[in-house]
Design a binder for this molecule. Structure first.
Ligand code: AMP
Ligand code: GLY
Length: 421
């Protein structure tokens, strides 16, 4: 089988490694892929948002199945275009991807269908937002409506910070068109859980739960990043919580999307906060999370391609989706300076015996050698019977990987381990 994967980060590398466990998969193309993915797939220099280029490539190269992994091409309609060209694919069409593409859509959906989330107001003018903030409770959370590379969320501790946030997003247009409308919502507290779920628009099958570590520095200090590490399963996500989420959040969301004429097929990501008043939705993503995928897929026992196809064909209810017992950890190694400015082109040394456990996020090939090309450079994963062993194993490998200026958090999984103790 000839498979195409759209995207070029750690998430895509993890997906490709898992897809290749199926012996029927003989060729995988990554568009555009990266220097590390090049060891597992044929990388083709077509950008992930070049929908016409992707579709033409798929048709010309007899692709049997396509996986669209990142948010932008999904929101832009990559699945619509590929499907129209007769290529079966994994991921929601643009009508369904709006659940991530517009935070206002997502909030209004939750309100209409009674799905628990933070209380909120929406605004399309800076004056109205500023007037509302005069009396709003602090902290407040200000979110740009559209996609903003995961950076469109500002948590304002004080009224002054909240005013600044509105000015930056709506007047200075820091996130461009994404910030023309905003959501201002109630600040929630509690442990965060990421739950990725397969769905075919009728059935929803949650994967192993996980926990991201978004801040750059130890102790959850520093700026927000794309994610500095993950663990799975998340010990805060007990069976009782899982049952409640299925009843109050997962099934109602999938049913709501279908009722709205936007059936969602693919991977629906629930960003949840376990508050004193029960689990609430912080965000929906229309795709696998990054770096959550790097810990969730290694725990998947069933064949990924079979499950993905079942979401496309609407046969998820009849398909076995099994996860292994045990735990997984992923520690991200980043370039010095990230998430601010950083240097590129630093040679990366990876011992051969652990190469299979390295998921490459931001690296290129230069004269046949892997060099850094992104902020988040790679993720080091380890699967073991317990979380403590998974973390020990991941950190042991991290110490054997090197590049100039590499930095990583030393406390990935610490909060989860304390909970267990
Ligand atoms: P998002 O990009 O929507 O995942 O938001 C980034 C991070 O901001 C989340 O992972 C949360 O830690 C935090 N966040 C978002 N919304 C809220 C909220 N209503 N209350 C507290 N924290 C939030
Ligand atoms: N790790 C968070 C995300 O993928 O959006």
């Amino acid at each position: 089988m000839r498979i195409l994967v759209v995207g070029g980060g750690g998430r895509e590398h993890a997906i490709i490694k898992k897809l290749k466990e199926n012996e029927a998969v003989d060729t995988v193309f990554a568009l555009p892929g990266n220097g590390g993915i090049a060891g597992d797939a044929i990388c083709v220099a077509i950008g992930a948002t070049d929908i016409a280029g992707i579709t033409a490539f798929a048709v010309q190269n007899d692709i049997d199945y396509a996986v669209v992994a990142p948010d932008d091409p999904l929101v832009l309609g990559a699945v619509d275009a590929l499907s129209a060209a007769g290529i079966p694919c994994f991921g929601p069409d643009s009508k369904a991807a709006i659940i991530e593409g517009s935070k206002i859509f997502a909030k209004d959906l939750m309100k209409k269908y009674g799905i628990p989330t933070a209380a909120y107001e929406t605004f399309d003018s800076a004056d109205a937002a500023l007037a509302y903030l005069e009396n709003a409770p602090m902290p407040a959370v200000i979110k740009a409506d559209g996609l903003a590379l995961g950076k469109g969320v500002i948590i304002a501790e004080t009224r002054g910070e909240a005013f600044d946030a509105v000015r930056i997003v709506m007047r200075d247009k820091k996130f461009g068109k994404s910030g023309e409308r905003i959501v201002i919502e109630e600040f929630l507290t509690g442990p965060e859980v990421s739950v990725l779920a397969f769905t075919d628009g009728k059935t929803v099958v949650p994967m192993a739960s996980s926990m991201d570590h978004k801040r750059a520095l130890d102790g959850d200090k520093g700026l927000n990043t794309g994610g500095m590490g993950t663990i799975a399963p998340n010990p805060f996500y007990t069976e009782d919580v899982a049952d409640r989420c299925m009843r109050e959040i997962f099934l109602p969301t999938v049913r709501a999307m279908t009722a709205e004429g936007r059936p969602f097929k693919g991977c629906l990501y629930f960003g949840l906060m376990l508050t004193e008043n029960g689990p609430k939705v912080i965000e929906y993503n229309c795709r696998f999370g990054d770096p959550e995928t790097q810990v969730v897929l290694p725990l998947l026992e069933s064949d990924l391609l079979t499950v993905m196809k079942a979401t496309t064909d609407g046969t998820l209810a009849e398909t076995e989706v099994k996860f292994k017992k045990g735990a997984a950890a992923c520690v991200v190694m980043a370039s010095a300076g990230y998430p601010g400015a950083y240097e590129k082109g630093k040679p990366i040394q990876i011992p051969r015996d652990i190469a299979d456990d390295i998921i490459v996020a931001g690296a290129a090939l230069k004269d046949g050698h892997l060099v850094t090309s992104g902020g988040r450079v790679l993720g080091v994963t380890h699967v073991a019977p317990t979380l403590a062993e998974a973390l020990d194993g991941a950190y042991e490998k991290v110490r054997r990987v090197s590049f100039d200026g590499a930095f990583y958090r030393r406390d990935i999984g610490a909060r989860a381990l304390n909970k267990k103790a």
